[in-house]
Write a protein that binds this ligand. Sequence first.
Ligand code: DX5
Ligand code: ZN
Length: 218
Amino acid sequence: MKRIISPSLLSADFSILKEQIEIVKKAGAERLHIDCMDGHFVPNFTFGPFILKAIRKLTDLHLETHLMIDNPSNYFNDFIDAGADTLIFHYEASDDVRSDLEKIKNRNIKCGLAIKPETASDVLEEYIDILDYILVMSVSPGFGGQGFIEDTLLKMQAIDQMCINKGRRDNITIGVDGGVNLSTIDKVYKTGVDVTVVGSGLYKAPDIVARFKELSNQ
Ligand code: DX5
Ligand code: ZN
């Protein structure tokens, strides 16, 4: 099965952003992962719709936009207008998950739900019918370059199985975010997931194209 790598721009060099996007596209990336943090939901700030709009102008790659923000639905339209192709918010940040997923779907883009490492996979069960994307956090959200939390591997397997049991496996993309690198990627894909988000494990490599190919097993 094809390994889909979603490079996380959080670890890219923003002073040469265009090149950093082009290099992963040249290596074979079909999507990019954009981490939006508000300093409330997570103890770090990154960027909002304004920067996403600039990124949109630089590339036609699928932009999976990971909102690590409180009150996410207040900002859905801004991020969608800026060019998100998949919009992912956190289960832990939403007061009404189903209504929030519907708000995204109604704008005709893909909707995603992320869960923190300490959140059980069971919480996803009632949304499997509507979800396009599930993002399993394998580090505490907020920063790149953290160590992979091994306990989350069992959760990945359980989510894969849950989607199969509900007959929705072909409709849902399962992604894993945090601490994925050359030494952890094999065990992540063995759980059955589709996408790995890779930040520091890709962008900090001396040769980004060569590293992308190694991670993709090419
Ligand atoms: C962390 C972010 C990740 C981050 C991953 O909160 O959601 O997307 O960029 O970075 P690495 O791959 O370095 O763990
Ligand atoms: Zn992320």
